[in-house]
Design a protein around this ligand. Structure first.
Ligand SMILES: Nc1ncnc2c1ncn2[C@@H]1O[C@H](COP(=O)(O)OP(=O)(O)OP(=O)(O)O)[C@@H](O)[C@H]1O
Length: 238
């Protein structure tokens, strides 16, 4: 597993005739962490779905390690190392935790699921439970672990903390921090919990009505009250 760089330039995309993203350009170096912020409906999930090849692209380029992938279908992008954990926590409800994890292994040996259990020990405790019997936090752990077993070089995490208790959020953010620190993955995180995203990220971008409205470091953002208030709709970060 080796982290890949990601370069997005002039990306325009949407759904059928509806344009959502306009002229999005940014890059993330291999092994770095990008936080993507913005209020509801500003295009964050559409950006991830577009990177994963699940929307209509009107123009622009997506490069992983310098290779253009915007013309490839979703399955090919996944094979090239793009791992996407959607907001919907797509697990198989009628399969057990362990069976769900087997799906993520692709051609890897079954023993590799120990990597998932090392990252999320709760999943090992619940390995014989059905997906439908899991709590929201456990479902998030399962869908994340299943994607990571595929050894992605770029990982897209869409609002992993949504609706979860603070203690579970901490557990997840700690696991993401370890993954990022391993240097084996480039991680893009969409998150409404602004402080969690800022604690995690090396760089941040903010989307506003489908366009890039701001980019900089977490430190620059936390010192820029005007941007925080106008683009994120909150009065301050501390
Ligand atoms: N499948 C779809 N078909 C048509 N329009 C869509 C679809 N999914 C999202 N949209 C529209 O695209 C725009 C951006 O939505 P998106 O879900 O990307 O925003 P978001 O920033 O991720 O919001 P949230 O934080 O609420 O998840 C919205 O106007 C939304 O209504």
């Amino acid at each position: 597993m080796t982290a890949a760089s990601l370069e997005i330039s002039g990306l325009c995309a949407g759904y059928g005739p509806t344009r959502v993203l306009e002229d999005i350009s940014f890059s993330v170096s291999a092994g770095k962490r990008l936080g993507i912020l913005g209020r509801n409906g500003m295009g964050k999930s559409t950006l991830f779905a577009t990177l994963a090849g699940q929307t209509r692209r009107y123009g622009g380029a997506i490069q992983m390690n310098g290779e253009n992938i915007e013309g490839a279908d979703s399955a090919t992008r996944a094979l090239k190392g793009l791992g996407y954990v959607p907001q919907s926590r797509d697990i198989f409800p009628t399969l057990t935790v362990e069976e769900n994890l087997f799906v993520g292994l692709k051609a890897r040996p079954k023993s590799a699921i120990e990597e998932a259990y090392a990252m999320f020990p709760r999943l090992k405790e619940r390995r014989r439970n059905l997906g439908s019997q899991l709590s929201g936090g456990e479902q998030q752990m399962l869908t994340t672990a299943r994607t990571i077993l595929g050894q992605p070089s770029v990982l897209l995490l869409d609002e992993p903390l949504e609706g979860l208790a603070p203690v579970i959020c901490e557990e997840l953010m700690e696991a993401f921090g370890k993954l990022a620190a391993s240097g084996e993955m480039t991680i893009l995180l969409v998150e409404q919990r602004i402080q969690s995203a800022l604690d995690f990220a090396d760089e941040v971008i903010i989307l506003e009505r489908g366009r890039m409205a701001w980019s900089g470091t977490p430190k620059e953002l936390s010192q820029d009250e005007h941007t925080v208030e106008t683009l994120l709709g909150v009065g301050g970060l501390h």
